[in-house]
Write a protein that binds this ligand. Structure first.
Ligand SMILES: C[S@@+](CC[C@H](N)C(=O)[O-])C[C@H]1O[C@@H](n2cnc3c(N)ncnc32)[C@H](O)[C@@H]1O
Length: 298
């Protein structure tokens, strides 16, 4: 099967992985980029201008990465501004720090087109597990293989549905709950109802030895966000759920983690980027966003 055909299998929520890739591809074209992701653009090229299920009606004009992004996706990304780039840079730092401090296992939940296994300089002996739907991982790995990309760690793809018994799939690929783990939930918490977010964190916690780290981003929905998503696809608006109930710090503390929560507005400032339109507190209809890192005591 060609990548184009595989990408056509990326419907609904799976196709959102290509939207994040589009944001990272755009960042890669900036002189002042916050990270390197030379692979993001390859996914867009492989998917083709019309190959996504995001409702993008690409006009195939423009240059470089923009050429591959449809008008709806462009509108969404404009509204999201620097959120995807800043969260990527922030989470890169948190994961590398955790790995250097002894988490030799890194689990990227709902990994999508995350290429951290290929682009970050991991300490020796780091195992990076990518968990996502089989078709998402198949598409990603095919593109990376054809680009001659080499993993900078012991990379272990884990095809699994997070609503099923994904811990069994993880263990089957060599994960050990006795060793500390750095977990990442990026671009996924807000796609979960609060009960599913609780269940996911419970599973993560039960697999987390002392010294483990949990990192995530979260966004509270809003009319401004809904209309940005609707510009891509009306169907995707419904995939936006509440995520964890209540405040993130209380949620994590309630599951025996010690959290540090930063507001997106603070973090974008730290990276020298403006507050994105969807998170602009001067508007009454906007979202709030956070980045979080939490630890399990030794
Ligand atoms: C917005 S993308 C984020 C991808 C990646 N974390 C990133 O930030 O680049 C959401 C990802 O969640 C994955 N996903 C959604 N529901 C899932 C489920 N039930 N099981 C596994 N993966 C899921 C999708 O396939 C998609 O790759």
């Amino acid at each position: 099967m060609t990548e184009r055909h595989e990408a056509e299998g990326l419907a609904g929520i799976a196709a959102t992985s290509l939207v994040v890739a589009a944001a990272r591809a755009a960042e890669q074209h900036r002189d002042d980029r916050l990270f390197e992701d030379p692979f993001a653009e390859l996914f867009l090229r492989a998917a083709g201008a019309e190959g996504t299920a995001t409702g993008a009606d690409d006009t195939a004009t423009g240059d470089e990465a923009r050429l591959l992004i449809g008008e709806g996706m462009r509108t969404f990304l404009r509204e999201m501004g620097d959120q995807p780039a800043v969260r990527t840079a922030y989470l890169d730092e948190q994961l590398l720090r955790a790995a250097r401090e002894g988490c030799h296992q890194v689990v990227l939940l709902a990994a999508g087109m995350d290429t951290r296994a290929f682009r970050l300089h991991w300490p020796e002996e780091t195992r990076v597990f990518d968990v996502d739907f089989a078709e998402v991982l198949r598409f990603k790995l095919r593109v990376l293989e054809q680009a001659g990309a080499t993993a900078r760690c012991d990379h272990r793809p884990v095809p699994a549905d997070l609503r099923r018994d994904w811990p069994a799939e993880l263990r089957a690929r060599g994960f050990s709950a006795r060793e500390p783990t750095a977990w990442l939930a990026e671009g996924i918490l807000y796609a979960l109802p609060s009960t599913a977010a609780d269940a996911l964190l419970q599973q993560i916690t039960s697999l987390s030895a002392p010294g483990s780290v949990f990192a995530a981003d979260h966004i509270k929905g809003s009319p401004a966000l809904d209309s940005a998503i609707a510009a891509m696809s009306a169907d995707l608006v419904d995939s936006w759920q509440s995520g964890p109930a209540g405040a993130l710090d209380a949620w994590l503390a309630g599951h025996h983690w010690t959290p540090r929560v930063d507001s997106l507005a603070t973090v974008v400032g730290r990276y020298g980027r403006p507050v994105p339109s969807v998170f602009d507190a001067r508007r009454s209809d906007t979202s709030r966003g956070w980045l979080v890192t939490a630890r399990r005591g030794r």
